[in-house]
Design a protein around this ligand. Structure first.
Ligand code: ADP
Length: 423
């Protein structure tokens, strides 16, 4: 194993794995920390669900994942978080990064959530989502991790004991040597962490090359795109053109949406506008103890082979009102548990291709299905590959597309289903 990645949610894990597979790195995503030995792969992504849990628990789980990756012989470690730097106000990115630095005996690392292909860029330490500052984007309404400050130096500093500096775009434009000089200067000045600007994939490649010798990288998925070429240059990696090949997956398909992100709202709307079969999950009915999952499964059965959408996706206003009534965490947990039950029921009923929208939602679904690991296939859109579940006794291949809420265009659900039929 060359690269060991610790991802703080499940869609984030598939996102970064997709980046590596695209560059010919054989990559396996494991769900949680495996009991047994590491799979045979160039990179292994340990998918945790630590983004929104208490910081102390996130640290403990991340350190356990690190220990397992170290035992498996990892050469470099990568802590993967969301391209919108999602964290609770108590903040897990800082505490986990610092714990990993301590455990690795490393004095310095960078933090760079940029993913330019998906419109996430960082300029002078400020994160943009498309043309908007993070704090003006839909992320300010996120159900669990509302992001109200686009200044990432400030956000990371508020979560960290060590000092946080900045590697600015004009340094990155000067190339690898200038970035290395900047990192040395930051360390001399007492900084152990630095937000790195990046507005293009070339910036990310420069950064990756400048940080090639750091024991720990922390980033969104974008930084990973520069790594396989570096490993190949060192003679560690022979890129594999078949790295993204999956088995054909005949069987029915379905879509589950538990994200309230802007992109998922548009995708659900597009599906409903087209008159496709859709079942809405009402969190208030869940709180009243109604059998919502069973009703969704009954609805799905009446649609025959037609793919159904089961969604909890709501507008910012509806979400706010439900959260005020039920509590944000409580409402989220009810919805996640419901969608996880629906996923289990759909797969028991013969569904073999499942599109899931939402990071936390994907985590709940994958856990409910008992998936042990995922082989990573070709990308449907930047950041979202089809994956093949391993360790589930379904008799025929089970494939999952785990989509971070804000990824994909309005037709994503259909694009995913078409791509899977072609597989
Ligand atoms: P994203 O990838 O957009 O962040 P997630 O699945 O990670 O999506 O997070 C969305 C959270 O919001 C989940 O915990 C989900 O259960 C919750 N949620 C979804 N729909 C609703 C709703 N209508 N009311 C309250 N919470 C909801």
């Amino acid at each position: 194993m060359i690269l060991g990645i610790i991802a703080d949610d499940f869609t984030g894990a598939t996102d970064v794995a997709s980046m590596l597979v695209r560059a010919g790195m054989r990559t396996v995503q494991v769900i949680g920390i495996p009991e047994g030995p590491a799979p045979d792969a160039d990179a292994v992504v340990v998918a945790l669900k630590t983004r929104t849990i208490p910081a102390a628990d996130a640290v403990a789980e991340s350190l356990a994942a690190l220990g397992w990756l170290q035992n498996a012989g990892m050469q470099q470690c990568y802590f993967k978080y969301c391209s919108t730097f999602d964290s609770t106000p108590a903040g897990n990115i800082g505490p986990v990064t610092e714990a990993l630095l301590d455990a690795l005996g490393a004095p310095f690392t960078i933090a760079c959530p940029a993913f330019p292909e998906n419109g996430r860029t960082i300029f002078r330490g400020h994160l943009f989502v498309g043309d908007e500052l993070l704090s003006d984007s839909g992320m300010r309404h996120h159900p669990l991790t509302p992001m109200t400050d686009a200044n990432l130096v400030r956000v990371l500093q508020s979560q960290s004991r060590r000092s946080v500096g900045l590697i600015r775009y004009d340094t990155i434009a000067q190339g690898v040597a200038a970035v290395r000089d900047r990192i040395a200067a930051l360390q001399r000045d007492g900084f152990a962490l630095a937000i790195a600007d990046a507005t293009t994939n070339d910036d990310l490649r420069t950064l990756a090359a400048a940080c090639a010798d750091l024991p720990l990288l922390t980033a969104g998925s974008g930084l990973a795109l520069g790594l396989p070429a570096l490993y190949a240059d060192r003679g560690w990696l022979v890129p594999d053109a078949q790295a993204a090949a999956l088995d054909p997956a005949p069987g029915r398909a379905a879509v589950l949406a538990g994200s309230c992100s802007t992109a998922t709202n548009a995708q659900v709307q597009r599906w409903r506008d087209a008159g496709r079969p859709a079942f809405a999950v009402d969190p208030r009915a869940l709180a009243r103890g109604e059998a919502v999952a069973e009703a969704a499964l009954t609805f799905a059965r009446t649609q025959g082979d037609e793919p159904v959408l089961v969604y909890a996706t709501a507008s910012a206003a509806d979400l706010q009102s439900v959260q005020a009534e039920l509590g944000a965490m409580q409402a989220g947990a009810l919805v996640e548990a419901c969608l996880a039950r629906v996923a289990r029921g759909l797969v028991d009923g013969g569904v073999r291709r499942l599109v899931v929208a939402g990071g936390e939602t994907s985590g709940a679904v994958v856990q409910a299905l008992g998936v042990a690991q995922l082989r990573i296939g070709a990308a449907i859109c930047p950041g979202v590959p089809w994956t093949q579940a391993e360790g589930v006794a379904t008799g025929s291949p089970l494939q999952l597309a785990l989509k971070s809420g804000n990824f994909g265009g309005p037709d994503f659900f259909d694009e995913a289903l078409r791509a899977s039929t072609a597989a």
